[in-house]
Ligand binder design. Structure first.
Ligand code: COA
Ligand code: MG
Length: 293
């Protein structure tokens, strides 16, 4: 998943627009973009949308962001959407592997009640939205086979930390958020799931978005969340492996295949050792998923 677009699930107009915007995934939001009095409308909006979108031959991944485990809302959220069989739920304000185990149990019960295969609904966790969560970012490994990606958030975290701002005057994240971002990358790698970058809220600033996407890809993120359909093309472009990167990955794999006993090879004057094989394989898998290899 390169691009994941948030869509407030109580907005029929935005739900209508979302399917055609080219995002790899839609995140039907029941949490922060929905006012308390609109939660019921959002649950109905998400369930109705899933019912009609899932049967389309070509469709994005469909993810529902439920409310967090400490709210009294998540059970009603899951009761409303599990039967409609989203591909995944997004768990906000996750606090380490224990919260994934907790969400897994809630899903298992409902899958059984709805006659769905156990484990069919996956979990994307937002891993850095509270101060406590930062200390637990390394505990996701092995929590549940449902866990399919980690992402991070700076808005709720800045509220929890009591900070005045999370970005500097040039729009770059300040230190506490750079730490959260790094913990997301490391926590995801440790759990062997993809890391997805957080949203860029200045949604008319394309150069700023592109810069943030490029920095994210450089550092190990494989996709980024969006809040506006106009952000999707830039995200898809930056996270689609380029022909030069694909050619280099193929050269590494081919060279090691031709030299099965070698631990290290030289290609074009640069040294590559065996960890580069796994990296090259991952890049080719992403290229294949994006339809360019
Ligand atoms: N998904 C689907 N459609 C969207 C959309 C989204 N996230 N954001 C905007 N659109 C639609 C608008 O409804 C509008 O449709 P129209 O032309 O048929 O009226 C069109 O795209 C252009 O929107 P625009 O006028 O540029 O923006 P806006 O002022 O209507 O909306 C936001 C701005 C930020 C309120 C809106 O983008 C939004 O709701 N984003 C999602 C927020 C969210 O989910 N946050 C939680 C995660 S941090
Ligand atoms: Mg939030």
């Amino acid at each position: 998943m390169r691009s994941l677009l948030f869509v407030p699930a109580d907005s029929p107009g935005k739900l209508d627009k979302a399917l055609a915007c080219g995002a790899d995934a839609l995140i039907l939001d029941l949490e922060d973009s929905v006012a308390p009095a609109r939660k019921e409308a959002a649950r109905a909006g998400a369930a109705g949308f899933l019912a009609q979108a899932l049967s389309r031959p070509s469709r994005p991944q469909l993810i529902v962001r439920v409310n967090g485990l400490t709210t009294s809302l998540i059970d009603d959220d899951l009761d409303a959407v599990v039967a409609a069989r989203p591909d995944a739920i997004m768990l906000p304000k996750a606090e380490g592997g224990a919260s994934i185990v907790h969400a897994d149990a809630k899903l298992t019960v409902r899958e059984a009640l709805c006659g769905l295969l156990e484990g069919s609904i996956r979990i994307v966790a937002i891993a850095t939205e509270t101060a406590s969560a930062l200390f637990l970012a390394g505990t996701y490994r092995g929590a549940s086979t449902r866990l399919c990606a980690l992402t991070w958030g700076a808005e709720d975290l800045s509220a929890d930390l009591g900070a005045e701002a999370n970005r500097d005057a040039q729009g770059r994240f300040l230190d506490p958020y750079r730490l959260a971002r790094t913990l997301c990358i490391a926590g995801a790698a440790a759990a062997e799931v993809p890391a997805l970058d957080t949203v860029y809220v200045d949604f008319r600033n394309e150069p700023g978005l592109r810069r943030e996407c490029e920095e994210a890809r450089r550092d190990g993120f494989t996709g980024k969340m969006a809040i506006h359909p106009g952000q999707v093309a830039t995200i898809n472009d930056v996270f689609t492996p380029k022909p030069e990167a694909i050619a280099k990955a193929r050269a590494i794999i081919d060279t090691f295949a031709a030299n099965p006993g070698a631990g290290v090879v030289g290609i074009g004057g640069v040294m590559y050792d065996r960890p580069h094989i796994a990296k090259a394989e991952r890049l080719l898998a992403r290229a294949k998923a994006a339809g360019v290899a």
